[in-house]
Ligand binder design. Structure first.
Ligand code: ADP
Length: 553
């Protein structure tokens, strides 16, 4: 499979493929007593160990074989973060089939499209997704059986054809199963992008890419996961494999806490406290809920010390609350489905420790430096590489063994410029290699031939104490091509005028960056992975006329 030439003298080391099954085998052997605690959709907490997980994954591998699932075939999951989902991660990939994690928050049509495109043979689902599964079943001819992730007593009374019970399938099998050895470049799992523009596209990870990503992301300067940690991946296991934590946590022997579907602030806080969570990962909208709950009730964390925040920019105000008020180290991570997903992680280097607080916060606000294994560069629209000066902004390109080369089912390469993947993000990189995202290229506002980054405008708005959430979009303007419109959700019970909001920008940015208008709204549209749907907002405000007017209250 390698496209590189061989040396006349090759190394003489063992030819051991990097396989996902080796992670759970290792965790069983060396951290067999480390716990996995799951909040189930049934509402209760389930508790067992890596050793138990490995045993049941082997039973599931036998069950899949009995169902006739073959190497390379796709098996879908529609499930929250939980132990049965984790068993599926290891059993499906470990036996050579392809784990296809599906985002249940997508529209039913998109889910049906994805299942059909992937040609899933079986689909495992949490009971909460029975209505979704029932709605799409007739449009998914490839699916031979729908496996409900529950025991026989909880099997739903449903007309769904070929409905199977997960626990019954497992009970029919022994745990006598040896993980097969095969080429490490074999497909292991499949994850579709959220398809904010056009159809979702599949990123097909290999065993090798998954293992390398697990090693790379667990490193101290990256996620820094160890056996001393209790890790709670709040980011769903259907959102780019929960950023690799279902692999890196067992690899490091960390205790895992899987929160199921209860992602509201109160439920997360109770779980974190009860299970002694030390480290977590999630998108900013999830932290918003948790922080609000903690602050409103005057609570504090007793063990939670570190979190990574990614998927969207973490507003400085949120980072300040986490660090200063709650003593939780907040670390930016940046990546994408096409990158398994981790590309960069934030945090301070030793030399930053001598700097003053505002300078340190400016560093933390950046999306960070590349994880070993990922290479970055920024280019202008003509493809010319731009300097790493922290000022020049350009299209961000990446390279690395856990970055896709093409989309699943596509003949064409997804790469440009001699093997780089275009991320669709606009960024600067400073002399230390710290990358900062200014915007997604489709969101950046082009005003009078210059670019305005919407992330900074949103971050400033959200630093105002009256503002809960903010989104900035570019709308057509007769003179400047595009101008920024700011949409603001206020905190409950507070008032703010248009003038006060705009005054808040004074001295913080170039004057011409200031939004032309502000609209106060009750909520903002969020997509399947908790991100702002700016294309929806642009559509909604398509006929908005700036004309100096606003709809302020
Ligand atoms: P999708 O593209 O399906 O929404 P991804 O989760 O793959 O899902 O999204 C990747 C994109 O999310 C990146 O290209 C970037 O625009 C954005 N993103 C991810 N992490 C960050 C971050 N820390 N700061 C700013 N943007 C981020």
């Amino acid at each position: 499979m390698s496209t590189y030439r061989a040396s006349p003298l090759m190394g003489q080391m063992m030819d051991q493929p990097l396989l996902i099954s080796s992670i759970i085998e290792f965790a069983d052997r060396h951290y067999g007593h480390s716990e996995i605690v799951s909040r189930r959709v049934e509402g209760d907490l389930h508790r067992y160990t890596y050793r138990d997980c490995h045993r049941r994954a082997r039973q599931l591998a036998n069950a899949l074989a009995a169902l006739g699932v073959e190497m390379g075939q796709r098996v879908g999951t529609l499930a929250w973060n939980g132990y049965r989902h984790l068993e599926a991660y290891y059993a499906i990939s470990g036996s050579g089939a392809v784990l296809h994690t599906i985002n249940p928050r997508l529209f039913a049509d998109q889910v049906a499209y994805i299942v059909d495109h992937a040609q899933d043979q079986y689909l495992l689902f949490d009971l909460s997704f029975l209505p979704l599964v029932t709605a799409i079943a007739s449009r998914c001819p490839s699916v031979k059986g729908w496996i409900a992730l529950c025991d026989a007593e909880r099997m739903p009374d449903s007309a769904l054809p070929n409905l199977l019970c997960y626990e019954t399938l497992l009970a029919q099998q022994t745990d006598d199963f040896s993980w097969p050895r095969f080429d490490e470049n074999s497909a292991a799992s499949l994850c579709y992008t959220s398809g904010t523009t056009g159809h979702p596209k599949g990123a097909l990870y290999s065993h090798r890419s998954t293992l390398l990503h697990a090693y790379g992301s667990a490193m101290p300067n990256a996620l820094n996961v160890s056996s001393h940690d209790t890790v709670a991946p709040v980011v769903p296991m259907f959102h780019v494999n929960a950023w690799g934590l279902p692999y890196s946590a067992p690899l490091a022997g960390a205790k895992l806490v899987l929160p199921g579907s209860a992602l509201d602030g109160a439920s997360l806080y109770d779980l974190f406290e009860a299970e002694g969570v030390t480290f977590s990962a999630g998108v900013p909208t999830v932290w918003l809920g948790l922080i609000n709950h903690v602050m409103q009730h005057g609570l504090r964390f007793s063990t939670f010390r570190r979190t990574v925040i990614g998927g969207a920019a973490c507003p400085p105000a949120m980072m300040a609350t986490l660090i200063d008020e709650l003593q939780v180290e907040a670390i930016h991570v940046w990546g994408m489905t096409e990158m398994s997903p981790i590309g960069t992680t934030g945090g301070l280097q030793v030399r930053h420790l001598a700097q003053d607080l505002p300078a340190q916060r400016a560093v933390l606000q950046k999306q960070g430096h590349a994880v070993f294994g990922v290479d970055l560069k920024i280019v202008d629209d003509a493809g010319v590489e731009l300097p790493w000066d922290g000022v020049s902004c350009g299209n961000l390109l990446v390279k690395g063994p856990w970055v896709i080369s093409r989309y699943f089912g596509d003949e064409d390469s997804a790469l440009v410029d001699g093997g780089w993947f275009p991320t669709g993000d606009v960024a600067s990189i400073d002399a230390d290699g710290y990358m900062q995202i200014t915007d997604r290229s489709k969101d950046v506002i082009k005003s009078g031939g210059e670019w305005i980054g919407t992330i900074e405008l949103e971050n400033i708005a959200m630093a105002h104490p009256a503002v809960l959430q903010a989104a900035c979009i570019g709308l057509p303007h007769p003179k400047w091509d595009e101008r920024p419109l700011l949409l603001v959700v206020l905190r409950q019970g507070v008032d703010l005028t248009l003038e006060q909001m705009l005054q808040f920008y004074e001295g913080k940015i170039a004057k011409w960056w200031t939004p032309d208008a502000v609209v106060f709204v009750d909520s903002l549209p969020l997509g399947g992975t908790g991100k702002l749907l700016k294309n929806k907002l642009r559509e909604q405000y398509r006929d908005y006329h700036f004309a100096g007017a606003s709809q302020g209250r």
